[in-house]
Design a protein around this ligand. Structure first.
Ligand code: UDP
Ligand code: MG
Length: 312
């Protein structure tokens, strides 16, 4: 029988883990596959790890990794996917925003021969208009500037075939924008649509600050357009400054330099200063990225590991 591993990153999810596993468990029981679940405790400070242990005592299909600290969802996912030796893996959030009931539909498309089956949400309940707007803005601009086409309204909830997993395993970049990486590997990809529910319990770890950082990560990992933008802005500013200079010069020639040039000088200096700072910032963003890559640090450390009893 083909084997499937469900990879679940969990950071301070003690509040939902029990219901989550109950729902996941009943879905997996129905599947004609040899299933197990791999929980990754991303350095939780609550009782998540103990809870996983308690669940594993009851359910022999549970394996788990405990990272040595909070590395962030992307690293937790990577750790999980690196440890999958099954024929396919499903990535799902622990907060029940991704309905486990969709897994059979994902599996079905995989059996039809697709390598990446991603779940696309058709409605966003419990999210503010502003969040929807910013997210639409992100996807739209990303499509404009990057060669990597990101599927819209798609989280990390998806199924990956063995060869997709192997491909992903070779992408060891440190600043990981998973959504982009999943798409970048190629192979046969398809979508399954569903309704996204509001988070069941606990709080989201994504505030706008983190989302903005994720967006910057997405842009700079998959596009050098911001670098080009800096060039354009710089060129436009220089041109404007040049025209302004001609005007000031002409005026002085025709009417004499009555005053003192202080306002115009100030305007030019401030404007040029601003443009230079912008360009420097953009370059710095890429330079910092280069620095992080060049350190060649491992993506995560594992503190504890438990294999499913069913396997050992
Ligand atoms: N998560 C994680 N490490 C983190 C933050 C989140 O492993 O540093 C996990 C979290 O436990 C959940 C999933 O990633 O299973 C999605 O997190 P969240 O619900 O906060 O994000 P959202 O659904 O708002 O995108
Ligand atoms: Mg969530």
């Amino acid at each position: 029988m083909p084997r499937l591993t469900v990879v679940v990153p969990a950071y301070n999810e003690a509040a939902v883990l029990e219901i989550f596993h109950a729902r996941l468990g009943s879905v997996l029981a129905e599947l004609p596959l040899d299933c197990d679940v791999l929980y990754i405790d991303d350095g939780s400070s609550d009782t998540t790890w103990e809870l996983i242990g308690a669940l594993a005592a009851r359910d022999s299909r549970i394996g788990a990794l405990k990272l040595s600290r909070n590395f962030g969802k992307e690293a937790a996912l990577t750790a999980g996917l690196d440890h999958v030796d099954a024929d396919a893996a499903v990535v799902i959030d622990a907060d029940l925003q991704d309905p486990p009931e969709l897994i059979p539909a994902l599996v079905e498309r995989w059996r039809e021969g697709f390598d990446v089956v991603y779940a696309t949400r058709s409605a966003r309940e419990g999210e503010t208009g502003f969040k929807k707007f910013t997210s639409a803005l992100f996807y739209r601009s990303m499509e404009r500037v990057s060669d990597t086409r990101l599927p819209r309204d798609t989280g990390d909830f998806r199924l990956l075939s063995r060869r997709a997993l192997d491909a992903l395993h070779q992408l060891r970049e440190r600043q990981r924008f998973m959504k982009g990486l999943f798409t970048w590997i190629g192979y046969r990809q398809t979508a399954v649509h569903y309704l996204r529910e509001p988070r069941q319990a606990g709080v989201t770890k994504w505030n706008y600050w983190r989302l903005l950082q994720l967006a910057i990560e997405g842009f700079t990992s998959f596009s050098t357009a911001p670098l080009r933008l800096a060039t354009w802005v710089g060129m436009a500013a220089s041109l404007l400054a040049f025209l302004f200079g001609i005007w000031v010069f002409g005026k002085a020639l025709l009417f004499g330099d009555v005053v003192h040039g202080y306002p115009s000088l100030m305007v030019v200096i401030l404007f040029m200063g601003g443009v230079q700072m912008l360009a420097l910032g953009v370059i710095g963003e890429y330079l910092g990225r280069n620095y992080a890559e060049s350190k060649q640090r491992p993506l995560y450390f594992i503190e504890e590991k438990r294999t499913p009893r069913a396997r050992s």
